[in-house]
Design a protein around this ligand. Structure first.
Ligand code: NAI
Ligand code: MG
Length: 488
């Protein structure tokens, strides 16, 4: 059995507690044993990142050099794509074609920030005195980056690429269940002499130990987190109680996917199904509430049920598969408890809600699940389920659609389907969400900002401004007047 080390200071070091089974959720097979890093081991990683940052070995490299290193990482990711995609699918359960897409996306992220490295510039400020006022951009320092299990490699790329672009150093903590591709990425980085030791460190282990140590550390300057709103809160608290480190949070959602009667029918039906069932519904921006105009409600429900029934569920390594298992059996149990809650609160289960038959006994599959007659106040209409479960809620007219869409504590994403451009734009303006799609749902680009309003997060990642999360601004005032101040 493979035992997985930590990656600290440019070396793979065996952990003291190698007791985290890494499981293939399609079979229940244990793939490897990962390290549960201790607080001490976590501190060693922070020290390595701190030393690397303070030495200036990375922040002092030319912008051109940093950009070239990022482009080389992208090239190596693409070269290793088949192996990385397979690893991702084996560990996480997503269909292989989605993993292939994710690996390509991760490489694109390194390419984008590779190009951006040489475009980080400061400002000259038009101050009234006889002075030259400058704004310099400097790397924020040591960044703890804590990521979830739904897009393990892609989330690592979203975090590491902009940090390295800015000249920061990193301690990355993958999710407990999904360390394989992050460690594979560490191996790619470790083979690469141009990335100095300690610039990127990867520490696997438990959130309440490794994550808590990172977020409380006075030697960490910034935390970037993607995951649950509950954990996001505790991270803000840890930052407040330690050194007021900078925090960006990309949290959960309960995103509305809104369908008006005039929408293109086939595109809308597919968009409703894809919007919530892609990646088994384990997507922060999942369109987990389908809001549909009352006049088409019955027919639309029937059409999405028919389409969802035909989703090919099975072995995620098979190319035709479009839905794999959930990430772990424990997570499936959590999702199933929401299904039970939905039934209990009186929603009508019209599809799924069951463990499919004929799957390996230890696997974590769940059927695509559709609830109709969902009241907006029900638990399944308010809380993030993070699985293949959708709540269908009918509405009458645009104002009600908007009111329902905004009626959760979340504000990550939303989509509106209509052929009326004026209506589309009115709805776009009224949605309290960080990302809004018109006649589509889910495409995400490294070139465009990503993040949520309300309780879906703080700050925006990606895009040109995503780099600002990793930069401090330094105002520099250069007096051009040689005379004394003349005040006294
Ligand atoms: P989580 O938010 O607890 O875990 C995400 C990451 O945070 C993991 O690396 C975990 O080890 C780490 N973590 C956990 N506790 C921590 C702490 N006290 N300090 C620092 N880091 C900590 O999410 P979890 O438990 O995996 O899933 C629970 C629910 O969260 C899911 O059912 C889903 O609703 C939501 N979730 C949302 C995600 C999103 O992308 N919006 C991603 C993952 C989960
Ligand atoms: Mg948790």
């Amino acid at each position: 059995m493979d035992t997985l080390p930590l990656y600290i200071g440019g070396r793979f070091v065996p952990g003291t507690d190698v007791s985290q089974p890494v499981v293939n959720p399609a079979s229940g097979a244990v793939l490897a044993m990962a390290t549960r890093a201790t607080r001490e081991e976590t501190r060693a990683a922070v020290d390595a990142a701190r030393d690397a940052f303070d030495s200036g070995v990375w922040s002092g490299a030319t912008a051109m050099k940093r950009g070239q290193v990022l482009l080389e990482i992208a090239r190596r990711l693409r070269a290793a794509a088949p192996e990385l995609a397979r690893l991702e699918t084996e560990n996480m359960g997503k269909p292989i074609i989605e993993s292939e897409f994710d690996v390509a996306d991760a490489a694109t992220c390194f390419e984008y920030y590779g190009g951006l490295a040489t475009k980080i510039t400061g400002d000259v400020n038009p101050v009234p005195d006889d002075a030259l006022s400058l704004t310099l951009k400097e790397p924020v320092g040591v960044c703890a980056q804590i990521i979830p299990w739904n897009y393990p490699l892609l989330m690592a790329a979203w975090k590491i690429a902009p940090a390295l672009c800015a000249g920061c150093t990193v301690v990355l903590k993958p999710a407990e269940a999904t360390p394989l591709t992050a460690l594979a990425l560490a191996r790619i980085l470790g083979d690469f002499a141009d990335l100095p030791p300690g610039v990127v460190n990867v520490v696997t282990g438990d959130g309440p130990v490794v994550g808590a140590e990172l977020t409380a550390s006075p030697r960490v300057d910034k935390v970037a987190f993607t995951g649950s709103t509950a954990t996001g809160r505790s991270i803000l608290r840890a930052a407040a109680d330690s050194n007021l480190k900078r925090v960006t949070l990309e949290l959960g959602g309960k995103s509305p996917n809104i369908f008006f009667a005039d929408a293109d029918w086939d595109a809308a039906v597919e968009g409703a199904v894809f919007g919530v069932f892609v990646n088994q519904g384990e997507v922060c921006s999942a369109g987990s509430r389908i809001l549909v105009e009352k006049s088409i409600h019955a027919k639309f429900l029937e059409a999405i049920v028919e389409k969802a029934k035909r989703i090919r569920l099975g072995d995620p390594l098979v190319r035709e598969t479009r839905m794999g298992p959930l990430v772990t059996a424990a997570h499936r149990a959590r999702v199933l408890s929401y299904v039970e809650q939905g039934r209990h609160e009186g929603a009508r289960l019209v599809l799924g809600g069951q463990v499919p038959e004929g799957m390996p006994r230890e696997s974590a599959y769940l059927e695509p699940t559709i609830f109709d007659a969902v009241h907006p106040g029900m638990t399944i209409a308010q809380e993030e389920i993070f699985g293949p479960v959708v709540a269908v809620i009918p509405f009458t007219g645009e104002p009600e659609a908007i009111e329902l869409a905004n009626a959760t504590p979340y504000g990550l994403a939303g989509a509106v389907w209509t052929r009326d451009i004026f209506r589309a734009l009115r709805v776009v303006r009224k949605l309290r969400a960080g990302i809004v799609w018109v006649n589509h749902m889910q495409p995400t680009y490294v070139e465009a900002p990503w993040g949520g309003m309300k309780m879906s997060g703080a700050g925006r990642e990606l895009g040109r401004n995503g780099i600002d999360n990793y930069l401090e601004q330094k105002q520099v005032h250069i007096n051009l007047n040689e005379n004394p101040i003349g005040w006294y």
